[in-house]
Write a protein that binds this ligand. Sequence first.
Ligand code: CTP
Length: 306
Amino acid sequence: MANGLCDNLLLATYLSARCKVYFAPAMDLDMYKHKATLDNIKRLHSFGNLIIHPGNGELASGLFGEGRMAEPEEIISFLEKEFSKDLLLKGKKALVTAGPTYEAIDPVRFIGNHSSGKMGFAIAEELAAQGAEVTLVCGPNSLKLNNTDITRIDITSAEELYNASVKAFKTADLAVLSAAVADYKPVSAAKQKIKKTEGSKNIELTPTKDTLAELGKMKKKDQLLVGFALETNNEVENAKVKIKKKNLDLIVLNSMNDKGAGFKKDTNKVSIIDKNNKTIKFELKSKTEVAKDIVNVIIKGLSPKK
Ligand code: CTP
């Protein structure tokens, strides 16, 4: 009775599965060798299902022979090999920048922006899901990574982001710079907290180092460089200027004028423009879906040119 119920549940799950199904059979040795079983295995293969072969050993009946279910470690290692073999970014190294940077005014105050880092984190996760070895350089944020294989480098200032990114880019195949880097920083940060008794103040600002522009200068033929542009007006024209100026392969444009797009949101609406000005416009989507679109375009850009 219990087995019947279990079989029915298994059958219902199997028949509803739209994905590839792997099966790891376990049965007594004579059952496993029976023509009915062998025919059924062939049939499952013909549906595109894959067997994880049973091993030799002690069986539930007390007999010894073929039919013992593969050990859990063997099943996992089989599946790991299976899933990684079609990954399109296997063997590629990727650098991603994400989040804001904070430029210190004094020990308690800074110049920053509203970036949450969500877009960059989603891109890092998607690149890793496609098999890339990812280094994520990120400014202050409260996000956690799901994929523990991603190397996370936490930084605070534009200068730290620059140093970490320049180092990682030397060995990278591709880089996606989605961080909202402060363009200016105070010429010098006060050592002590500035007191309001000091009266009115002017803070002298100086430009920060532009990491994306530097990577554009460093870029070798086989490296792919993707920048972001967040614009409020003349969006496409401004983005196209940035592609040329910073020697990019692709730029991801998001406009502050689109509802649901931009800082802190879980959604984004982007256009991706390449160096030949070919533009693909996407609908408003979750940042996870936007990351998939961006990574798909990157994969096409990395494919050998015909
Ligand atoms: N960027 C960077 N380092 C900086 C400034 C920007 O790496 N110091 C990168 C961003 O991560 C983004 C791209 O440059 O990928 C464009 O950033 P954006 O702020 O839109 O443009 P800017 O080049 O800073 O120009 P402007 O602010 O004048 O539009």
